[in-house]
Design a protein around this ligand. Structure first.
Ligand code: ADP
Ligand code: MG
Length: 616
């Protein structure tokens, strides 16, 4: 008998577990007969731990101790703007963990996010075990394509805590494409549009005879169905405040009832054009005798108006991704819709209008991700048992630029976003000062040119380097990204051959103070990229301009000595010269670009004056 393996879609809102039986992937229903389980965990008044539907059912009366959408917080730092935003709207209490991570306080105990996700994963494991009548350990777990290294690591941690052997984590859209293209023998370019409860993902893949190659991926980890609910909640709160001069958000229980009603109304409006929201006794105004009721009618049209920008944002992300990856919209042959929120007619219309295609009908938006995970799990285990190559090949891409901080606090990309993984790349860096004996390698992921604005994964210091003139010491830094998107970094100083490495781990997160310190006080350990073409070109340009300045200035000065006119301009030129020298020394590419432009302008000005001198 083949080994039992499962695929788990650990969703922000709902989770789903599937397996492959007789070569056919199928979703396993829970004991209540539901194919998906709410990703919710609660601690009851009596201290009991509740998961899934049971947790959801008591959420209204126990909102402070019921956790939903924890996935939005996984692997995040406390100071991340999105975490701070979440604090404002979540009914449960977030606190800062010792390593600057996010924790949740339920009754008087605090839980890490991987711990809470592990409770959901355990529940899914149990659903499968009930079905099989025996233990299951091996699983493939899915994550949004847009997750960074920290979020991926934290999800793996959650699997470990749940007692699962997570043989692979794969991206949700890739899993969806896998389920869609499984055994179909197709050659197609497919877009997977996934709008779930908390996150949005878009990916474009080429499917060809069992090879699934991701060409591009993008997304927003803070765009999903909950945002749609929130718009309805705000609309209700605002209307109620106008009528009664009372803010429903001040009452936790009222707010939870509003959220529930908002979601129900939204779901309703996917199949009807108008719905009534009735919440009797929503608030009893103190000092007033009568309890207050909330009663409103919401139309599909109004809902579309309230959420128009959210839908547009998802389409804009698609547009941007296609442009950045230089993909032609016309080459896309199929659009697969994933995620409950894609059931909203307006979303379907916008997707259809954008791609000019009717979305694929054969897939179930709630199940397709778990099915794909199960397909991948089975393929991996079969290959392992038979000692052969898996009959499925997933070629995924890394969603974010990966690089290190270089002199001046700039971010130097080593592996750009959308590179196929696994991948490995080496670059040679060098010291920026004479006799510099230590360098610090700060590893970051993100989209900004400025290190501070990116997510820091980790850092290490190479010490005891031989004292050498600046720019001659060579340090080779190698980045590895595993098929799961997990990052490792090795640095080697070429003079001694000594190596150091880090596997960037989610749990070894630094505190914010440490982080600031590392990112700011770095002159001493600064590294620069060794002799890059860009730098050489810039340096040549700047040095040519400097020579020109030096030849022009004496002529101009001679003329100027008769008057004071232009003395200021010459002082400015001196400052630019100084900046240029420093920028060359620091190999500071952005500063070099700026100073090149300034010197060019100074030269034009000086030439003009010199010509006039010659002409007089
Ligand atoms: P996740 O992948 O984040 O767990 P799901 O794919 O389960 O999320 O989608 C959940 C979201 O889909 C919720 O916000 C839910 O309200 C929404 N949803 C479910 N069914 C419908 C529907 N018929 N119309 C509109 N939205 C829906
Ligand atoms: Mg999902």
């Amino acid at each position: 008998m083949s080994e039992r393996v499962i695929g788990i879609d650990l969703g922000t809102t709902n989770s789903c577990v599937a397996t492959v039986e007789g070569g056919v992937p199928k979703v396993i229903a829970n004991k209540g007969g539901y194919k998906t389980t709410p990703s919710m965990v609660a601690i009851s008044e009596a201290g009991r731990r509740l998961v899934g539907h049971i947790a959801k059912r008591q959420a209204i009366t126990n909102a402070n101790n019921t956790v939903y959408a924890a996935k939005r917080l996984i692997g995040r730092k406390w100071t991340h703007p999105a975490v701070q935003r979440a604090r404002q709207v979540l009914p449960y209490k977030l606190v800062e963990g010792e390593t600057g991570d996010v924790r949740i306080e339920l009754h008087d105990k605090t839980y890490s996010i991987p711990e809470l996700s592990a409770i959901v994963l355990s529940e899914m494991k149990k659903v499968a075990e009930d079905y099989f009548g025996g233990p299951v350990e091996k699983a493939v777990v899915t994550i949004p394509a847009y997750f960074n290294d920290g979020q991926r690591q934290a999800t793996k941690d959650a699997g470990r805590i749940a007692g699962l052997d997570v043989i692979r984590i794969i991206n949700e859209p890739t899993a969806a494409a896998l389920a869609y293209g499984f055994k179909k023998n197709i050659r197609k370019r497919v877009a997977v549009f996934d709008l779930g409860g908390g996150t949005f993902d878009i990916s474009v893949l080429d499917i060809q005879d069992g090879v699934f190659e991701v060409l591009a991926t993008a997304g927003d980890t803070y765009l999903g169905g909950e945002d749609f609910d929130q718009r309805i909640v705000e609309w209700l709160v605002f209307g109620f405040a106008k009528e009664h001069k009372l803010d429903l958000r001040t009452d936790v229980m009222a707010l939870q009832r509003l959220r529930d009603a908002a979601e129900q109304a939204k779901v309703q409006l996917s199949s009807t054009t108008t719905t009534d929201i009735n919440l009797p006794f929503i608030m009893s105004a103190s000092g007033k005798q009568d309890a207050l009721h909330l009663q409103r009618t919401l139309t599909r049209e109004k809902l579309e108006e309230l959420t128009a920008d959210l839908v547009e944002r998802s389409v804009e992300i698609c547009d941007r991704m296609l442009k950045e990856a230089r993909l032609d919209k016309a080459d896309i042959e199929e659009v697969v819709l994933v995620g409950g929120q894609t059931r909203m007619p307006r979303v379907q219309q916008m997707v259809k209008a954008f791609f000019g295609l009717d979305p694929a009908k054969s897939v179930h938006p709630d199940e397709v991700v778990a099915l794909g995970a199960a397909v991948q799990a089975a393929a991996l285990v079969n290959a392992q048992q038979s000692g052969s190559q898996p009959d499925l090949l997933l070629l995924d891409v890394t969603p974010l630029n990966l690089g290190i901080m270089i002199a001046g606090g700039y971010f130097n990309t080593l592996i750009p976003a959308n590179t196929t993984v696994p991948t490995s790349k080496s670059h040679t860096f060098t010291t920026v000062r004479d006799n510099q004996t230590a360098v610090k390698i700060v590893v970051l992921q993100g989209e900004s040119d400025v290190s501070k604005q990116n997510e820091m994964l980790g850092e290490f210091i190479l010490t005891d380097l031989p004292a050498m003139p600046r720019g001659t010491m060579e340090i080779e830094v190698t980045f590895d990204i595993s098929p799961e998107g997990i990052v490792s970094v090795f640095a080697k100083d070429k003079a001694t051959g000594r190596e150091q490495s880090i596997q960037v781990t989610a749990t070894s997160r630094m505190s914010e103070d440490e982080l600031q310190h590392v990112l700011e006080a770095n002159e001493e350990f600064a590294v620069a990229e060794k002799n890059t073409e860009v730098f050489q070109t810039l340096r040549n340009d700047v040095e040519r301009h400097l020579r020109e300045v030096d030849s022009l200035v004496p002529k101009v000065r001679e003329f100027l000595s008769a008057s004071d006119f232009g003395e200021d301009a010459l002082k400015k030129v001196e400052t630019q010269k100084e900046r240029a020298r420093r920028a060359i020394q620091m190999q500071d590419i952005p500063a070099l670009k700026e100073v090149r432009e300034k010197l060019e302008r100074a030269n034009t000005m000086l030439k003009g004056v010199a010509e006039r001198v010659a002409g007089t």
